[in-house]
Design a protein around this ligand. Structure first.
Ligand code: DGL
Length: 270
């Protein structure tokens, strides 16, 4: 049976989906959510497409077993490589970050920073070009960012060196906006903003997905004042719940209770 009040299901490999959860709560209030961080298999972005697709199936089946009324794919890598699987399996509405970002993009020269798998799939390029033909889209992979963010190695000299290298082809192409095409990256948005010339807009697709949620939840009567409290979310991970709870502290402002689950791989052929 579906819950009477909406319950959203969000998932990511780890901390990244927190950026989406926060935007949702900022817009729609402290609604009931189920958050799954598949920490045992982090990072998704360095895996092969077949594995990302297999994982997506398991994760979505698990979320559906939690009686969610909509699924927010809070992971760009899954959006890029397995959104068809998520949509096929899901019996509830599915919202995705790439559509949200494409709708938010108005510039004609756009850069995308993303995981290796997302960049290799060209999912952002294809979606934006379909949505706004003629837009120049340059994607670049940033393989070091997710491990550094998860390890709390934030905004240090080493991260700066990687960021400068990752941004280089985008800046050389004179992009006017840069999409943060991995849900972990908004956690370092102020740091990235300092490394790009003024006037280049950094786009967080989570803002767009929170607005798209209006189609499921209705338009909010008033937008919440920051900081928003996240207290109606149940957090689950596939390894190290205590570590995850500690790592969320800087982003949530409190240490949530985090439950451990196991997702058993099942045979599946796509
Ligand atoms: N945060 C996810 C994304 O948006 C996955 C990052 C990873 O695990 O590599 O792509």
């Amino acid at each position: 049976m579906r819950p009477l009040t909406p319950r959203l299901g969000l998932f990511d490999s780890g901390l990244g989906g927190i950026t989406v959860l926060k935007k949702v709560v900022e817009r729609h209030g402290d609604i009931s959510c189920v958050y799954l961080g598949d920490t045992a298999r982090l990072p998704y972005g360095e895996k092969q497409p077949a594995e990302i697709r297999l994982i997506a199936k398991e994760v979505v089946e698990w979320l559906l077993s939690q009686d969610v009324s909509a699924i927010l794919v809070a992971c760009n890598t899954t959006n890029s490589l397995a959104i068809d699987i998520v949509q096929n399996i899901s019996t509830v509405p599915v919202l995705n970050l790439i559509n949200a970002a494409a709708e938010m993009t108005t510039e004609s020269r756009v850069g995308v920073l993303a995981t290796s798998a997302t960049a290799a799939s060209s999912a952002y390029k294809k979606r934006i070009e379909a949505f706004r033909p003629g837009t120049l889209v340059i994607e670049n992979a940033c393989p070091e960012f997710v491990p550094m963010i998860e390890n709390g190695e934030l905004c240090q000299e080493s991260m700066k060196r990687f960021a400068i290298e990752y941004l280089k082809p985008l800046l050389e192409a004179h992009v006017e906006a840069i999409i943060l095409g991995c849900s972990h990256y908004p956690l370092i948005q102020p740091f990235l903003q300092e490394l790009v010339p003024k006037g280049i807009r950094l786009i967080d697709p989570a803002i767009g997905i929170a607005c798209q949620l209006d189609r499921v939840l209705g338009e909010p009567q008033s937008i919440c004042q920051r900081p928003c409290k996240v207290s109606n979310t149940r957090f689950f991970v596939t390894s190290n719940p205590i570590g995850f709870s500690l790592r969320t502290l800087p982003w949530l402002g409190n240490r949530p209770e985090v439950e451990l689950i196991s997702l058993q791989p099942k045979a599946c052929f796509f």
